[in-house]
Every structure is written in C-alpha cells, then in structure tokens.
Ligand binder design. Structure first.
Ligand code: MIC
Ligand code: SF4
Length: 649
C-alpha cells in the first residue's frame, strides 16, 4: 500500500521511533508562526524557559489581530514581541502588513515542511502542500526552543474532489459544503487530505480557503498536494527555489474516504450561529442585509478581492448596506492600487480598512443591534462580531459582493451579472517594507515589557485529592470565544490574565469569576466538543488563574484539550455520556488519587458527593500528557528537565 501525503511529510520529519504502536509521535518543526494576540504569551513562555536561541529553520511573529491601539496596551504588546523577535532571531511583521496566514502563504510557506502556529487557522498553509498545524502558545514556544512538536498519531481522511466548480461558485462554497457534511466535530482526530481531478482547477489560495475552514470541522489540519499549481504560485511569488513536489502515492492508504463532486455545489451560506449550519443561498435568499464584510484569512487573497472589485465596478453599493473590506496583505493592496481595482472599490462606496484580521475578531465594525452581517470569514459564533444580538452569515466573496449591491442575501448566480474571472498576475508584488528581518549578529537585546504585561499563572503538581464544587455546567460545542471572549475591549489584555478573568465565560454568565473566587476554584462540566474554535490558551490560563482544577466533558476539541493539559487542568471524558445529566451546578465533587490513575492509565473515579454517586471518566492523552498533568503543566516539566540536565553537568 502506498503512503498518504501526510505520512510522507511526517516520515520526513519524524523524530520518535515508530508511530505504529505508539499513541503519539514527535516531529521536527521546520517553521513556526505567531500572531500578536497569542504571541505575547508565547514569547513570555520562551523567556520563562531560559531559551538562548531558536531551533527552527524559520519563525515569524506577525502583528495582525489587534492593530487598533485604542490605548497603550497593544503598543506595549507589539513592542514586547518586536524585542523578543530581535532577541531570538525571529522575523517580525509590523502591523499593517497583513494577516499572518495570507502573508505566510505569500512569503514563507513551503511544500513538504511542517509549520506550527499559535493560531487555529494555521492549516491555511495546507494550500501550499505543507503540514501546517495550529497549537496553543506553549506548544509553539517549545517548538521554537527544541525544534519539535508531539502530536497524537493522526488518522487521515481523504476527500477526493471530482468535477469542476460552476460559475459563481467558489472555494468558500466548497469549504462550507464540507462543513455541512462533517459538522463542527466531524474532523476531530483527522488530518484531511485532498486529492482528485477537481483540485487541479483550484488555485493555491482556493485550496487555502478550504484548508483554512477544516479548522471549523475540528481537523488537526488539511492538506493539498505540492503539485504544479503550487509551483506556479511560488514562481509568481518569486520563490521557485522553495518548491519541492510532494504528493500522495496513487494507492495511498486512508482511514476514511469521501468523494465530493464539485459540480453539484451551489453558493452556500453558514447561518447564525455556527459554521456548520449550512444551506444553499437560494434556499434562504431575501434576508435584508445591514453589513457586508470581506476579508479574513479565509477570503482576502488577490483573487478574492479582484473578483469583488470586478463585481462592484461601475455600480453603487445598496444605500442600506455598509461594505467593509480588509485586504489579506499590504502587497495585495498595493497591487490593487496599481491596477485600478482599489479605485473601483472606492467608487462603489466600499470602506477599505487596514490589512489585518479586523472585524473577524471583533476589532471594530460591530454590526448594529439585531443587525444582519454577511461575512466572508470562517466563524459566526454568537457575539464574536462584537454585537451580541447581531446575526452573522458566512458566505463567499461573490455572494458577499452581489448581496452588497442588492441589499439582500442573494445567490450570485441568480443576479443576472457577468461571472468575474480573475487572472493571476505574472509576478505578484513583493515588498518587504513591513518586515524586520533579524540581524545576523544579535547584540544583547533586552525584552521590552510595558505595564500591561503581567505574569501568567503556572499550575501546581497534581495533589492527592481534588475537592471542589461544580462551578458551571455548559452544553455542547462551547467555543473558546465563550470561555474567554475576545473583542475590541478585551483583546488589549491578552498579556494581562488578571484583567481578562473578569470576563471568563462571559457569553454564558457574568459571575463566573465571583463563583470561582467564592468557592476557591472548582470544576466545570461540558458537553460534546468542549473548547472548539480558537487556539487561545487564555481559555485555559484564565480558568487556571481562577482555580479551575478539572473539566469533565463528553468530548474535547483538540487544541483546547492540549492547552488544558499544558496548563495543568485535567480534561476528563465521561465514560458514559448520559451521566452528564447526573450533575448540577454547585454539586460537591471529589476526585481522589488522580495522579495514580493517570499513571496506571486506569479510569478516574469522580464522586458526586451531593448526589451520593460515582461516575467513571477517562483521560484521553498520552503517557507524556499524563506526566505533564502530574507536574502541574508543561512549563513545570520543562523546568524540571532543564534542572535535571544542569544537575548532570
Ligand atoms: C480566531 O480566529 O479565533 C483567532 C483570534 O485567530 C484565534 C487566536 C486568538 O484567539 O488569538 C485562533 O483562531 O486561534
Ligand atoms: Fe485573524 Fe479571523 Fe483568521 Fe483568526 S480567523 S486569524 S481573527 S482573520
């Protein structure tokens, strides 16, 4: 049997012996990326590890999430990250340069490499044929310090794309179609590998759009082959030297296989408030629209924005609609300024904002109360746009642009317009104005820490007995946006855990911090797919700060489970999911000798003292994960390892 592309790359980079009998495997990480809202923690942790130099081939620190600088806080964070980049030999991308994932495609991604990024949409790099995985900040810090990453042995799902997308149907519609099939938890435990004749007509950025939204299905990552399409893209970016062909064997073995005919996909939309709540636009058309937002790491490429400009050229945006566009990179913006497309957007009445994440993470452009916003983004969780009562639909750039003209959610193929076809430029613009490349010889560089940068909490070794109240009981698919919301008001405090703690679980209850304080910490009960969404480790660090000891759930999302383990919070899975109903908020819970159960890989007994009953939970991590939990988090483990190594000298 032949090999999948995934396992070809894993084998090229594998450090641990054999993945066959083992539950996890360790690989060399070639590249890392961080962004500002997770990056401050990453570099604080790197500093706490006492690292002198990084071990990756290339690491980039992007500033793209919080670029508003409403107060000194962000500027402090940026200055800190810039100093850390200089100190450790990391490329620094200044605010205004663009969105990390789009920039990484343009400038640094390489087929066959492994990229680890402190952002859940790092899989966007899969469009280039790289194994690009999103992780918590501490995992990325360790990847820089030691050049390695340990992941659960992944299953590989092959999605074979047949046929061809119809006019007015684009990669975003295919991504939404996949989400409809898989749901927000259907990809958990898998790497999705795309193949088939259908991919030959998809450009690198089309593929990146599809790989990007694999994150919404919970997949570890998604990957397309490093084929001629990738070579062509790299040639146009002036980076042909970075091309190495990487494809799966024709008879590759997969754990699961799906075949999708691209030809049957129609313009799609994810309705409020979940990316898998997908329907064809023609079935829901006619919804009155207040705002349209085009951009984000899903749909801000040159092609996406040129199509938008072509649709809007010579026309006026509907008077009731505010259309806002955030380009993916400064290079795209420059090219569009040069070829006249920017002028077409402005003439139609579009609002052009900085090349950054912007409205995608609620940094401005919140819709009016009860407003309807169509967005080309990847997440439409309730409140994420900055307005609790707004309703967000996720759509393609074509659907977004046409609807901005009509004022109603409109299936673009039914509007009687000419389908825009965009040719790639012979040479993409490549300017380096916003990058700071590290100096060859690093002088003694001090980290610049302003007053917004506060120490982060570190866990304690697992005690013999955990005895606390159940502070909160939540349902299925709780997102990290629920656990630790992010918006224009809160994003400035990503390096200030005490300040953030007031808003923990803010979409569910306003008094979680009080509950935790009054009860000296406690437990949380979750449903399926607890912690889906973003990679932000703040969704673990803030509960840790508030004394949360364990989360008991029906199942966990991958990155969040890893973040809990890294922070020293026990993620426990109910052996019998029906027993979820046996718990109520404020029940007294006791877990005795969890450390021993973790060691022996036995079930963990959770006693509900209030109800007088016991349930069994399992820990789904590896032996190494159990070790981390016993030590009270990854940082404690690393410090102990370093101490041991120093002791042996
Ligand atoms: C997101 O899209 O939710 C974010 C903001 O990019 C997060 C990272 C963060 O919370 O800083 C992600 O996707 O990991
Ligand atoms: Fe930025 Fe949005 Fe992409 Fe997250 S999903 S990286 S906030 S553009």
């Amino acid at each position: 049997m032949g090999k999948s592309l995934t396992y070809k790359i894993i084998e090229k980079n594998r450090i641990s012996e054999s993945h066959e009998q083992k539950e996890d495997l360790t690989v060399k990480v070639n590249q890392t990326l961080t962004q500002d809202s997770t990056g401050t923690m990453v570099y604080l942790q790197l500093d706490a590890m006492g690292v002198q130099e990084i071990k990756t081939d290339l690491s980039v620190a992007y500033i793209d999430h919080n670029t508003l600088q409403t107060g000194f806080e962000n500027a402090d964070d940026h200055a800190f990250i810039k100093s850390a980049a200089a100190k450790y030999g990391i490329i620094y991308s200044k605010p205004g340069n663009g969105i990390c994932h789009q920039l990484h495609l343009e400038r640094f991604g390489k087929p066959g490499d492994i990229l680890l990024g402190s952002d859940s949409h790092t899989p966007t790099g899969g469009g280039l044929g790289m194994l690009a995985i999103g992780a918590g900040g501490l995992d990325v810090a360790v990847a820089m310090a030691q050049g390695i990453y340990t992941l659960k042995v992944p299953k590989v799902m092959n999605i074979e794309l047949a046929g061809k997308l119809q006019p007015w149907v684009s990669a975003k519609d295919a991504a939404l179609y996949v989400l409809k099939l898989l749901t927000v938890k259907g990809g958990v435990g898998y790497i999705i590998e795309y193949s088939g004749e259908g991919i030959r007509n998809l450009s690198v950025t089309d593929r990146a759009t599809i790989a990007n939204m694999g994150a919404e299905a919970g997949a570890t990552t998604s990957i397309f082959p490093g084929d001629e399409v990738v070579r062509d893209f790299l040639v146009r970016q002036g980076r042909e030297k970075d091309y190495t062909p990487f494809e799966a064997d024709d008879d590759a073995e997969y754990d699961k296989k799906l075949i999708i005919d691209l030809g049957i996909i129609r313009p799609m939309a994810a309705k409020p408030h979940s990316p898998d709540n997908v329907d064809e636009v023609r079935n829901i058309k006619g919804v009155k629209v207040d705002q349209v937002a085009i951009g984000s790491c899903t749909n801000s490429s040159y092609t996406d924005l040129m199509k938008t400009a072509a649709i809007l050229k010579g026309k006026r945006i509907h008077p009731d609609v505010s259309l806002v566009i955030a380009p993916g990179s400064s290079n795209i913006l420059k090219m569009m300024a040069g070829n006249g497309a920017l002028g077409d957007l402005l003439a139609s009445g579009a609002r052009i904002i900085e090349a950054a994440c912007g409205p995608c993470i609620g940094m401005g452009q919140a819709p009016r109360s009860g407003g309807i916003s169509l967005r080309t983004f990847n997440r439409n969780f309730k409140g994420r746009c900055g307005t609790e009562t707004a309703e967000v639909y996720l759509v393609s750039p074509e659907t977004a642009a046409v609807s901005a003209l009509t004022g109603y959610l409109t299936s673009p193929d039914e509007a009687g317009l000419k389908n825009p076809v965009v040719e790639l430029p012979q040479n993409f613009a490549v300017y380096d104005g916003y990058f700071i490349f590290p100096a060859e010889k690093k002088e003694d560089i001090e980290l610049v820490m302003g007053p917004n940068i506060k120490p982060f909490p570190v866990g304690k070794p697992l005690p013999q007995k955990l005895e606390c109240k159940l502070l909160l009981k939540v349902g299925d698919n709780i997102t990290t946006d629920d656990i630790m919301p992010s918006n224009a008001r809160l994003l400035p405090y990503r390096s200030n855990i005490p300040e953030l703690s007031e808003y923990c679980f803010g979409t569910i209850t306003k008094d979680f911090r009080d509950r935790a304080r009054e009860n000296g910490g406690g437990f949380i009960l979750g449903g399926e797919n607890y912690g889906q969404g973003s990679s932000r480790e703040h969704a673990a660090l803030v509960p840790l700060y508030l004394g949360v000891k364990a989360i008991i759930a029906k199942s966990f999302a991958r990155i969040h489970r890893d973040n809990l383990i890294n922070s020293g919070i026990l993620p426990l899975v109910l052996t019998d999911k029906n027993q979820y109903d046996l718990f109520d908020e404020y029940d007294e819970i006791e877990i005795d000798n969890a450390a021993e159960a973790l060691k022996s890989r036995n079930a963990i007994k959770v006693l509900n003292k209030t109800k007088g009953l016991e349930v069994l939970c399992r820990f789904e991590g590896s032996e190494a994960d159990a070790e981390i939990l016993r030590a009270g988090g990854y940082l404690n483990c690393i410090r102990a390892m370093r101490k041991g190594a120093e002791g042996n000298v």
